[in-house]
Design a binder for this molecule. Structure first.
Ligand code: COI
Length: 363
């Protein structure tokens, strides 16, 4: 294996004071609006491999206007959080899973593979300098956004021969305005998120770009997220704009769409499957027709529906709406199974219960 990258650490000369940082962290954090003082950058090119690892001031990137990412969207990213435990220590959740997914995304987008150990090290390097930015308000965290872009200045359509990997970090509260209240979901019939054989299983910016117009339609209809159906038959549920989805049956089953090649392989999704098995629930990963959701909620067979993701954690879904129908009740309280699973997951992440699956890694 290649030797670990040696980092050059260049502290920011405009880092905010302790008082400024504490004031920001004591306020409304929301999601993705506030950034820490530093970032990680690592360069790659075909001749030299990974090199020039730095921790440096957070700030604008200098990119050649011909950089491939700006034209052909050759980009991938990750989402992963750091949690502050009661004793002040800082931990992250299953970082190898995210590092491995970044590698799978890289393979699909013809970008270079960052070794998983370097992925984890990049998080450690940023925490070593910006640890003061991990908030301690209840249910808050520091959201890392690692990403990789094709930087080669060349307009030919082929995999770029130069790329950059970066990590920025953002203190975060609830993803949805209103905290853990049930959200409404808009069923998109006119648009798909990803194609058969496309990039749906990769975490690339293009998937999210494709979700924005239907997401706008969701907002226009009073919903927080859009639900996509499978791209071939338009019949089976896949995922939301930026999160996976679970149905809970009154008889104790918990069901989520099977990984189809066009669904994002969520780390939170796989962790919830494990926690549900631990609870003795019958877990099913399979095709779920949209009619099953609509009829199951209407008949009461399906008692709860929730969304999950690193950013969303576990968020109850109160209502499913489409052009000519609505099922569920936005004002109904969040379901008991949803909230119990959310509690179990966050208890592990915040160190309130033993980490029985060995998911937590100290940074
Ligand atoms: C995450 O949950 O971390 C995501 O990446 C989803 C979204 C905010 C893009």
């Amino acid at each position: 294996a290649a030797a670990p990258l040696a980092y050059q650490v260049i502290p920011s000369d405009h880092a905010r004071s302790d008082a400024q940082r504490e004031a920001l962290l004591a306020g409304e954090l929301g999601f993705g609006r506030i950034f820490t003082d530093h970032m990680v950058s690592i360069q790659w090119d075909k001749a030299h491999g990974w090199h020039d690892a730095q921790v440096r001031a957070y700030g604008p990137l200098a990119l050649d206007p011909a950089a491939a990412v700006l034209h052909y969207g050759q980009e991938i990213f990750e989402g992963i959080k750091a949690y502050r435990h009661a004793d002040g220590s800082i931990w992250t959740f299953r970082p190898e899973a995210n590092g491995e997914r970044l590698q799978r995304s890289a393979a699909r987008l013809a970008l270079p593979q960052l070794p998983v150990a370097e992925f984890v090290e990049s998080l450690r390097q940023l925490i070593a300098i910006d640890h003061g930015w991990v908030p301690s308000q209840p249910e808050s965290s520091l959201y890392f956004r690692p990403f990789m872009i094709a930087t080669e200045a060349f307009l030919g359509v082929r995999p770029a021969q130069a790329a950059g990997y970066y990590v920025i970090a953002s203190p975060a509260g609830a993803y949805f305005h209103g905290g853990v209240k049930p959200v409404g979901i808009w069923l998109s019939r006119d648009y798909a998120r990803a194609a058969k054989g496309g990039t749906g299983a990769a975490k690339c910016g293009g998937n999210y770009a494709a979700s924005l117009l239907p997401q706008q339609e969701a907002y226009a209809n009073g919903c927080s997220q859009v639900l996509f159906l499978d791209p071939v038959e338009g019949r089976y549920i896949e995922e939301l704009g930026g999160m996976n989805v679970f149905l809970v049956y009154r008889d104790g089953r918990i069901v989520t769409p099977a990984l189809s090649g066009s669904i994002l392989e969520g780390v939170t999704r796989s962790s919830i499957l494990q926690l549900a098995r631990d609870r003795g629930m019958q877990v099913e990963e399979r095709k779920i027709a949209i009619d099953e959701w609509m009829q199951g909620v209407a008949s009461g067979e399906i008692s709860e529906v929730f969304a999950c993701g690193t950013a969303a954690v576990v968020t109850p879904i109160g209502q499913l709406k489409g052009k000519d129908f609505a099922v569920g009740d936005l004002d109904a309280p969040a379901g008991a199974v949803t909230m119990a699973i959310r509690r179990e997951l966050t208890d592990i992440q915040y160190g309130r219960v033993p980490d029985r699956h060995g998911w937590m890694v100290r940074l």
